[in-house]
Design a protein around this ligand. Structure first.
Ligand SMILES: CC/C=C\C/C=C\C/C=C\CC/C=C/CC(=O)SCCNC(=O)CCNC(=O)[C@H](O)C(C)(C)COP(=O)(O)OP(=O)(O)OC[C@H]1O[C@@H](n2cnc3c(N)ncnc32)[C@H](O)[C@@H]1OP(=O)(O)O
Length: 302
């Protein structure tokens, strides 16, 4: 971590050369609609579309998976896209949003941990840890433009950003609802919650598995702005401008000072956290409830 320079403190060595880029098209670039020069070239993959604007130094990153459930492929593609932008000194900020109607991110892809073997569950959880570490410690400004439902792991993705703008739609609820699924948020999800909304509010919300509608999310401090749906992107851009007005080195070192202890806690216990996760989700009782929950989701659709 090149802390002294204050420019890049995301722990590079974290990234593993996962051999799982099956079916991805990472690194492909294509001209943005309307053409344009380098500043308008977008790149991406099947599940993440990146629209970079070199002039402003801001890239819009759009998730485009079904329900944006965090599949192993989506997690990997997100990490790689993030790293690509971090390595390009043109960019200072990313707006993270969804290309999927009504859903920002449905959280963990439960099909990755339901009916899978322990080795797969471990690989999956390590990828989840990796994305959180990368986002939480990113040297770039990350603004979440939340244009849909944002439960559980989706909420964690949003909380890893520096700022959150939520569309004012009562269906777009946000929070950590794990307990309602019979599962327990691991300590680093809890820590991220506490760092954002404080201990008492987290204690209540975590035990109750609360999913907050926009006005309540704003009140409790889970999001920074609630705006009409058609103003989410423009408000995210205004927020970005506010954050980018601060000198990078001062903002980055301050961010690191605020977040490092939380990230270090996971780094110290990463293997134990993975083992906890695997032994927990592989229990017969948990597998049964995951199966039933997935079934309910599928039926609700019909
Ligand atoms: C002491 C400590 C000890 C141990 C601790 C160790 C470990 C702790 C263990 C676990 C912690 C793990 C942390 C978990 C965090 C999570 O993220 S869990 C996932 C929670 N997510 C949800 O509950 C969201 C479920 N989805 C929805 O509510 C809705 O889908 C949503 C509101 C997002 C969108 O609604 P809608 O637009 O109507 O879409 P549909 O409901 O029609 O869904 C479309 C299809 O997508 C499928 N789907 C939706 N969500 C998921 C998902 N999370 N995973 C997989 N698939 C999902 C849905 O089934 C539909 O599929 P189909 O098209 O029918 O095939």
């Amino acid at each position: 971590m090149a802390l002294a320079s204050g420019v890049r403190f995301a722990p590079r060595a974290l990234l593993r050369p996962w051999a799982l880029l099956r079916g991805t098209t990472l690194g492909r670039t294509e001209p943005a609609a309307g053409g344009g020069g380098d500043g308008a070239r977008r790149f991406g993959s099947q599940r993440v579309l990146v629209e970079p604007d070199a002039a402003s130094g801001v890239a819009v990153m759009k998730l485009r998976n079904p329900s944006n459930a965090l599949s192993l492929e989506l997690l990997t593609e997100l990490v790689i896209s993030l790293e690509k932008l971090e390595n390009d000194k043109t960019f200072r900020g990313i707006i993270l949003t969804s290309d999927c109607p009504r859903v920002f991110c449905a959280g963990l892809d439960l099909t990755e941990i339901c009916g899978r073997n322990p080795a797969h569950c471990a690989e999956y959880w390590k990828a989840m840890q990796e994305l959180w570490l990368r986002m939480y410690l990113s040297s770039l400004v990350l603004v979440a433009a939340i244009n849909g439902a944002c439960p559980a792991g989706g909420c964690i993705i949003a909380l890893s950003c520096d700022c959150r703008v939520l569309a004012d739609n009562p269906k777009y609820r946000i929070g950590l609802n794990e307990t309602l699924l019979g599962i327990i948020a691991p300590f680093w999800l809890k820590d991220t919650y506490v760092n954002t909304i404080g201990h008492r509010a987290s204690e209540q919300a975590l035990q109750l598995g609360s999913l907050f509608p926009p006005a309540e999310a704003l009140q409790v401090g889970l999001v920074d702005q609630v705006v009409p749906e058609d103003q989410v992107q423009s408000t995210a851009l205004s927020e970005m401008a506010r954050w980018l007005a601060v000198p990078d080195h001062a903002r980055q070192l301050t961010k690191n000072m605020m977040r490092k202890a939380t990230a270090d806690r996971l780094l110290r216990q990463r293997d134990a956290d993975t083992q906890n996760f695997v032994s927990f989700v592989c229990r017969d009782s948990i597998q049964k409830s995951l199966q039933a929950y997935l079934e309910k989701l599928r039926q609700r659709k019909g």
